[in-house]
Design a protein around this ligand. Structure first.
Ligand code: DAT
Ligand code: MG
Length: 148
């Protein structure tokens, strides 16, 4: 089954949105296979956002993602990478539809509440960057029979 990396950013943690965000993915029918509250180091932040190294906002992005704890998660399900991106909404919360996480909880692009992998390649890279293999749990959940 496909897996993706999702992370409640420091603004989401400070604004008490961890529970709300976890609930949305649970209620959708996806399965949580790993999670932890953690402080991102400068090194991890620069690696994670490596694709944006040359962008003018890179410094701010690294400062922001290291400014407080994040809630890192791995979720599993059919088409979870693409569907989670849809549930997150557009990068800029001003353009994100109501009903999406960024549309409902964000205002500015700099503080947009949640990160989610954008492709199978980035999902694999980001899961391995944030989690050790033994931190992920493989288990059978009864509700899956009623989802698939
Ligand atoms: P996403 O998080 O939707 O995958 P992205 O990968 O293009 O978006 O950018 C990563 C993060 O960088 C994004 O969540 C917020 C920040 N960011 C993107 N574009 C920005 C911009 N023009 N100004 C400031 N921050 C920006
Ligand atoms: Mg991205």
């Amino acid at each position: 089954m496909e897996k993706t990396f999702l992370m409640v950013k420091p603004d989401g943690v400070q604004r008490n949105l961890i529970g709300e965000i976890v609930a949305r993915f649970e209620q959708k029918g996806f399965q949580l296979v790993g999670a932890k509250l953690m402080q991102v180091s400068d090194e991890l932040a620069e690696n994670h956002y490596g694709e944006h190294k040359e962008r003018p906002f890179f410094g701010e992005l690294v400062d922001f993602i290291t400014s407080g704890p994040v809630f890192a998660m791995v979720w599993e399900g059919e088409d979870v990478i693409k569907t989670a991106r849809t549930m997150m909404g557009a990068t800029n919360p001003a353009e994100a539809q109501p009903g999406t996480i960024r549309g409902d909880f964000g205002v500015t692009i700099g503080k947009n509440v949640i990160h989610g992998s954008d492709s199978p390649e980035s999902a694999e890279r980001e899961i391995n960057l944030f989690f050790k293999e033994e931190e992920l749990v493989s288990y059978k959940k009864q509700d899956q029979t009623w989802i698939y």
